[in-house]
Design a protein around this ligand. Structure first.
Ligand SMILES: *Cc1c(COP(=O)(O)O)cnc(C)c1O
Length: 465
């Protein structure tokens, strides 16, 4: 049987004049292992050519496209490429696939829902998945934080949260409170409104013509797990004192600043912020798009400081990463004030709001959180990452190691080229995608110990390259 397969592959190779084990990027096979091709090599090559000519990838040049892998299927911790190679997904496909890829329960929920009701406008209609998901979600949010508005993506949820804050202040008789405040090093998404709230030294400048101006305090300096320095909150307090009459809300990523900093800060900062906002009639928006659903060890990061925001954004892991969906959860007070004001309605309504299939996936994902010990899994990953990543700090190219929950970051002095990273990805069979100066892993919670070890080994290879 083995021999027969080998013969067929050989014939195919002769017929197509290609290596069946060749990677989808056309790179040379390094380890010489024979891989079972699951797709016609010529067809795949043609598709890849079209991709390079016509498809824009995230943060990529269209004329000098970076290498991409041809994904064909995925399950659990693995992404299978069209050339048959399997990659361990070390970044949970941008931090969202928390229970692993194509979880049978989530897939089944989407399938069943698609047979009944794939889409219906949410204005004038409601449906069971939307209701059930709001029930499951608000069982997890703090008491009083229970008014759910569905959005299409994390960025859109941030836009909605900002609009809610503005409408709240208007309805409260403070129309002058039409800006927001945040901290440097934040990330809240790529749409214009969300960009304007993200790190002002990032993409901000290029788009200064279209984005609103907000206020930014310095990045919190006290690190998670270290001693709290009360001086840390002084600049934010000063900012709120000075400009509070213009500020509708403060938005912040709780505990973990993701895409623009990859850094964990002291929860005490959030307790101070909660109090400072409350004292001044300013709303507090927590952007839990990255931290929600267990990523840094608690179901929501707000559990570290034990605070309740006025508005909270969730996304990424909401559907277990199966399909795009986000939500804004507002307090009863925010909902009541907006609804009692003029015009008495919240002014937002996306076409695909509360997509039934996405909500069904969300229900399945939240149910999964009850069915296995995700907390124990995240704790194991955290301990292992602490143990195995720490030695990398001795490499000359590594300036710092940071670990919390299922997040492990190596701050690099110099990040190798995308081509070098791609080569190491193929050699190690581990998918990692460094950005900025950070090489990090955010594995699915189900990743077994030996695969975490392989991820760390791949990180070492990249750091040493
Ligand atoms: C990813 C992210 C967003 C944006 O979510 P998208 O679904 O990519 O629009 C917003 N806030 C935080 C904290 C994020 O990590």
């Amino acid at each position: 049987m083995e021999q027969k397969t080998g013969l067929i592959l050989l014939l195919l190779r002769v017929y197509y004049g290609n290596r069946p084990g060749g990677s989808a990027t056309g790179e040379k096979e390094e380890n010489g292992k024979e891989r079972r091709s699951t797709m016609d090599y010529t067809a795949m090559k043609n598709l890849m050519t079209f991709d390079r000519r016509h498809l824009w990838h995230p943060y990529a040049s269209m004329t000098q496209p970076p290498p991409v892998n041809f994904a064909e299927s995925a399950s659990g911790t693995h992404i299978r490429l069209a050339d048959g190679q399997e990659l361990i997904d070390g970044v949970s496909s941008w931090w969202c696939v928390c229970h692993g890829h194509n979880h049978p329960k989530i897939m089944e929920a989407i399938r069943r829902q698609s047979e009944k009701l794939a889409q219906v406008m949410f204005a004038g209609f409601t449906h069971e998945p939307a209701i059930r998901l709001a029930e499951l979600l608000t069982e997890r949010t703090p008491a009083g934080l229970n008014k759910v508005f569905y959005a299409d993506s994390g960025s859109v949820s941030v836009e909605c949260a900002a609009k809610m804050a503005i409408q709240y202040q208007m309805a409260s008789g403070f129309p002058g409170r039409c800006r927001l405040a945040s901290v440097k090093g934040g990330y809240h998404g790529d749409t214009a409104g969300a960009m304007a709230l993200s790190d002002p030294d990032g993409m901000h400048r290029m788009f200064s013509g279209i984005i609103s101006r907000h206020y930014f305090a310095p990045q919190p300096q006290s690190r998670f797990g270290e001693e709290w320095d009360p001086a840390d909150f002084v600049p934010m307090e000063g900012l709120l004192d000075r400009y509070g009459h213009e500020i509708a809300a403060v938005i912040i990523e709780p505990v973990f600043q993701g895409a623009n900093a990859m850094r964990f800060y002291h929860p005490e900062y959030l307790r101070c912020l909660r109090k400072a906002c409350s004292d001044r009639g300013i709303l507090l928006i927590l952007d839990e798009v990255a931290t929600g659903f267990g990523r840094i060890g608690k179901f929501f990061a707000l559990e570290y400081p034990g605070i309740v925001p006025d508005i909270m954004c969730v996304g990424k892991g909401l559907t277990g990463g199966a399909i795009t969906l986000a939500a804004v959860v507002a307090s009863e007070k925010v909902a009541e004030v907006i609804s009692a004001g003029t015009p008495g309605v919240f002014l937002h309504g996306p076409t695909f709001m509360a997509s039934p299939m996405a909500c069904a996936a969300g229900c399945a994902s939240l149910e999964l959180f009850r069915e296995y010990d995700w907390e124990g899994r995240v704790r194991c990953i955290e301990h292992q990452l602490k143990r195995e990543l720490q030695p990398l700090s001795e490499l000359p190219n590594v300036s710092e190691i940071r670990v919390l929950g299922a997040v492990g970051v190596a701050a690099l002095r110099k990040v190798p080229s995308p081509e070098t990273v791609q080569r190491i990805v193929h050699e190690t069979g581990v998918w990692l995608r460094p950005f900025g100066s950070w090489l990090y892993t955010m594995p699915p919670f189900i990743t077994p110990e030996h695969e975490i070890t392989r991820i760390v080994e791949a990180m070492r290879r990249i750091a040493e390259a």
